[in-house]
Write a protein that binds this ligand. Structure first.
Ligand SMILES: [Fe+2]
Ligand SMILES: [Fe+2]
Length: 366
């Protein structure tokens, strides 16, 4: 790509191994790339922003980070190996080539003012994703008026972003509670069991998809598994006797309805849980009869959590089962209904399931 060829030439202009840092800047070596040629603009920018509480950086025109302030350094503290690397090493969503092209086009065009602003995300497996708005603007110019270096300023909006998603989710959950016949603390307990299983599996190499985001997300999205029951007619939902075949078919539609309702929710896990929490490991579940790893992991986890809790609960058609009896039923369904590996996790930790059930008991409720 033309981008990288051009950037190599520009890099050689910027680096000067003979350069010595002016005396007055020596106290602030922390985020400064050795060999960086300090133009007047760079020096003034560095002095002005070195200690401000907003993460700030200087980029060359290959988008390599060539200087950053103390706040930026603090923000990426645990990943020191990434110091002075390309912008894409800091922000995972910029690894998308189309997004990168878009940035490059914007920064090389006069009509966009050689600027770019947009959403960036950064994450690693042991840390939750951060979401930020990044604004890149020219710092100093070449003789032809094109930018030589850029400044980048990060506005971290993770908390606001998460709160917005949670608020969207809470209103939907409240609406679904009006219809759901699973009363009491069932959905909160399903959240807790699901989160517990994910936490137990995070260090296993078989589950690379489990990271801090997965754990946090399943811990509140599991509650959405039956949101599709909003669309199930009351006479079927509340029928006390056994369901006719056609009624069962209508009832089973709650999986697809849930997926439809959650299809625009930004986190795909919500939709996967709603759609696939009644699939079974051996392919005998619904709505699609998916089997084994074809069933999304989050849905396999929620299936186990949901059934454990349903067995423990008193229903109109059954008494509540003890933990021991529930455990026996669940373990017997390993490899047919449930993922055998998740059953091993359940067997290693079954007393935690019992504890979650007791801690969030429905005593006093229907
Ligand atoms: Fe369901
Ligand atoms: Fe449920």
């Amino acid at each position: 790509m033309e981008f990288s060829k051009k950037s190599e030439e520009n890099l050689s202009e910027i680096y000067n191994p003979e350069y010595e840092e002016p005396e007055e800047l020596n106290e602030y070596k922390e985020g400064s790339d050795e060999g960086l040629v300090n133009t007047l603009q760079i020096l003034s920018w560095r002095n002005r922003y070195k200690n401000v509480p907003i993460p700030t950086m200087i980029l060359d025109n290959s988008l390599k980070v060539i200087w950053f302030n103390s706040s930026f350094n603090q923000y990426f503290d645990s990943e020191t190996e990434r110091k002075f690397s390309h912008l894409t090493d800091y922000f995972s969503n910029l690894k998308d080539i189309e997004k990168l092209k878009n940035i490059y086009n914007s920064l090389t065009q006069d009509n966009s003012g050689y600027t770019w602003q947009g959403r960036v995300t950064s994450k690693n497996r042991r840390r939750r994703s951060d979401v930020a708005n990044l604004m890149i603007t020219p710092l100093d110019l070449n003789d032809d008026g094109t930018p030589h270096n850029f400044t980048g300023i990060l506005d971290i909006i993770t908390d606001e972003y998460r709160e917005m998603l949670r608020n969207m989710f809470s209103s939907l959950l409240e609406a679904s509670k009006l219809k759901d016949n699973d009363t009491g603390n069932h959905i909160e307990r399903v959240n807790r069991y699901s989160k517990f299983i994910a936490e137990d599996l995070i260090d296993k190499i078989e589950y690379p998809e489990i990271d801090e985001d997965f754990i946090e997300d399943i811990g509140f999205l599991a509650a959405m598994h039956d949101v599709g029951k909003i669309g199930t007619p009351d006479d079927i939902l509340n029928k006390s006797g056994s369901l006719e075949i056609w009624e069962r078919d209508v009832m089973n539609e709650h999986t697809k309805n849930g997926a439809y309702i959650l299809s625009t929710y930004p986190n795909p896990m919500a939709k996967q849980i709603a759609l696939s929490h009644h699939e079974k490991w051996d392919g005998s579940g619904y709505p699609f009869g998916m089997a084994n790893q074809m069933i999304p992991l989050c849905a396999r986890i929620v299936a186990l959590a949901d059934v454990y809790d349903a067995l423990r609960m008193k229903r109109s058609y059954k008494e509540s089962f003890s933990h021991e009896k529930t455990k026996e039923i669940i373990v017997n369904l390993s490899g047919t209904h449930f993922d055998p590996d998740l059953i091993k996790c359940f067997q290693r930790n079954d007393e935690h399931f019992d504890k979650i059930f007791s801690d969030l008991t429905d005593e006093g409720k229907k």
